[in-house]
Design a protein around this ligand. Structure first.
Ligand code: M6R
Length: 616
């Protein structure tokens, strides 16, 4: 949602903070703002719109030199994306500046209390109350911002990462976190705070994970972490295993194009080192005992958006390999429907960011019911893997474009690894069967590469349909979640009506949407897999074609039968049935990206969205 950066050190704080915001802009781009401490006073600049607007303002109205600063890029929740609602928010006495990510649920009550005490609030945000509360708490806290933050945090409900500065303690940035991300970057003579390590990875790869309900006091020489009660808190150091160039566009015009192109490597990295010397599958971060895994009677996958689609793909494979029933549930629905989970349920939370609030809350709910929990996550140091009993990282490298691409493929890989591991531990597959599937998986980087080499014609097809009022996607078996994913990509990037359907469902209602010229993207199953599925898809094509649909088929090399039933055929390499989503999704990513580009949209930062959704 919002991106947050804080810096204390020897460099010019503004440069560090703005460069951090540039890397965090994927988290929100409704407005941006900075505050620095210079000559014993606060200096704030903020502006609605993307970071570039703030940079223009900073050019027109420069800030004085300073080595202590904070910055924010916003995804609006309370109050529209205006200059007034942009962060930082400052107390009436101009002594405290605050930035925030999250939602303060009891803000209305706190606002009423402040207004009753005569405080004038100048924005519609929930954040502003914190600035005023801190300012009131500071004298009682002996003019110590850390103590004041502790007192205020104990009054706040909801989710928040807060950073605050006060010119009376000019070399200090104070941070606090509950249910929202905040990591510390450890430098030499300088330290950093940010929502995501991307903000400071160009300066240091040494970082600290903060826990729940912790407060951090950051000076140039020291990082002190305490809990909300003032006790020293435990933190986990970690090393960032990628460098700043991984978060750059690397010669591509768009982060999304770069991330699409990186998929062969991302898949390879997710698979690396998974076979031990004894030839068995090993998952180093699997902290669940074999006995617990043997006792599992049900798997429930919780996730949102693209990650949920990856979970849907995984269901087909994991049930097939383990014979354990797998349910896939949108995390936002899970905890509000009294789900049946217990100690023999394995709940798998899939999340690229590791910070998605719906998924985090669902995970906590599952834990509270006694379930075993496992996170499939891309972001080391994030909350979901920290809170789950076990984790399998996807090692896809930073994903900056709002639309998930390499995360999807690597989430499928990681879920497959978990499925195979369960099969190994429970003895539902022979070791040679598992190795054969690992061999198939290990072929996938090269197959995805092949798709990328031959994907060019997709762009022309995308441009041809750029003005279509609607695009439908249909698939069967593992092609069904791929259809959903293709439609999601198109909605979020091209802002057009797109729906994914199970092909068999068409005749139960959605076929009424078909009229002359409607493009229907068909994810064809392999004729070599279950031939009956291929035949059924051809029937579905016939039904929509008879009503005027234009067919764009994604079909494997050598499937000649499809040609007579399609207007366009996009070829993907031959792979085993369960591996098909790893190749057939890629043209759909390119399709959506190209269509959005043709329509002149901002592909990396689509409207109304943010990369990691840290509110429920
Ligand atoms: O970080 P997460 O994987 O938990 O994010 C989940 C969804 O918000 C995310 O996949 C979203 O649907 C993507 N923008 C889709 O491209």
């Amino acid at each position: 949602m919002c991106g947050i950066v804080g810096y204390v050190g020897e460099k010019q704080a503004l440069e560090v903070v703005v460069s951090g915001l540039r890397r965090l802009e994927y988290r929100g781009y409704d407005s941006a703002g900075v505050a620095v401490i210079a000559d014993g006073r606060l200096e704030v600049r903020k502006k609605a719109g993307k970071l570039v607007n703030l940079e223009t303002l900073l050019g027109e109205d420069p800030l004085p030199q300073s080595t202590t600063g904070i910055g924010h890029t916003r995804w609006a929740t309370h109050g529209g994306p205006t200059d007034r609602n942009a962060h930082p928010h400052v107390s009436e006495d101009q002594q405290v500046a605050v930035i925030h990510n999250g939602i303060i649920e009891n803000f209305a009550e706190l606002r009423d209390e402040l207004q009753a005490a005569g405080v004038h609030l100048s924005s519609e945000t929930d954040t502003e109350v914190v600035a005023h509360l801190l300012s009131k708490a500071i004298p009682a806290a002996g003019f110590d911002l850390v103590e004041a933050m502790r007192a205020v945090c104990r009054r706040l409900e909801g989710a928040f990462t807060l950073l605050a500065v006060d010119p009376r303690q000019p070399d200090l940035v104070v941070g606090a976190r509950r249910n929202s991300p905040l990591v510390v970057g450890l430098g030499k003579g300088e330290n950093f705070l940010a929502s995501d390590v991307a903000a400071f990875v160009e300066y240091t790869r040494d970082a600290l994970e903060l826990g729940q309900d912790q407060i951090v006091a950051l000076t140039s020489g020291e990082v002190v972490v305490i809990d909300f009660d003032g006790n020293p808190a435990e933190v986990r150091p970690f090393t960032i295993d990628w460098d700043a160039s991984a978060a750059e566009k690397g010669g591509h015009d768009l982060f999304m194009l770069k991330e699409i192109a990186e998929q062969p490597k991302a898949v390879a990295d997710s698979l690396r080192g998974r076979i031990g010397q004894d030839g068995h599958l090993q998952l180093d971060e699997m902290r669940l005992a074999d006995a617990d895994l043997r006792a599992v009677s049900k798997v429930v996958v919780i996730a949102c958006g693209t990650a949920a689609h990856a979970g849907m793909v995984a269901k087909y494979a994991v049930e097939h390999w383990t014979r354990i029933p797998v349910e896939v549930e949108l995390a936002s629905e899970f905890r509000y429907r009294d789900p049946i989970v217990g100690p023999d349920t394995l709940v798998i939370a899939i999340s690229q960011s590791g910070e998605t609030m719906d998924t985090l809350m669902a995970l906590r709910h599952a834990k509270a019911q006694g379930a075993r929990t496992l996170a499939i996550c891309n972001t080391v140091g994030s909350t979901i893997p920290r809170e789950a009993d076990a984790v399998v990282y996807t090692y896809a490298g930073p994903e900056i474009a709002v639309a998930s691409t390499k995360a999807f493929l690597t989430q499928i890989i990681a879920s497959y690894l978990v499925g195979l591991y369960l099969a190994q531990v429970r003895g539902t597959m022979f070791a040679d069967e598992i190795r054969a599937i690992m061999d198939d998986l290990n072929d996938m980087p090269q197959k995805v590469d092949l798709v990328l080499d031959t994907v060019e014609p997709v762009r022309a097809i995308a441009r041809e349909f750029a003005n279509a009022p609607s695009v439908l996607f249909i698939g069967r078996h593992v092609g069904f979640p791929v259809a959903l994913e293709g439609a999601l990509k198109l909605k979020e990037l091209a802002y057009m009506h797109a729906e994914g359907f199970a092909a068999g469902e068409l005749k139960h209602g959605p076929i009424a949407l078909i009229e002359d010229g409607v493009p229907v993207v068909v994810i064809m199953p392999s004729p070599r897999g279950r031939a009956v599925l291929h035949d059924k898809m051809i029937s579905a094509i016939q039904e929509v074609r008879a009503r005027g649909a234009v067919i764009i088929a994604i079909a494997e090399e050598g499937d000649e039968k499809i040609v007579a039933f399609s207007d366009h055929v996009i070829r993907v390499p031959i792979v085993p049935t369960l591996m098909q989503p790893l190749v057939s999704t890629v043209p759909l990513q390119v399709f959506a990206c190209e269509m959005a580009t043709a329509k002149g949209h901002d592909v990396d930062q689509p409207r109304n969205l943010a990369k990691s959704v840290t509110v429920e």
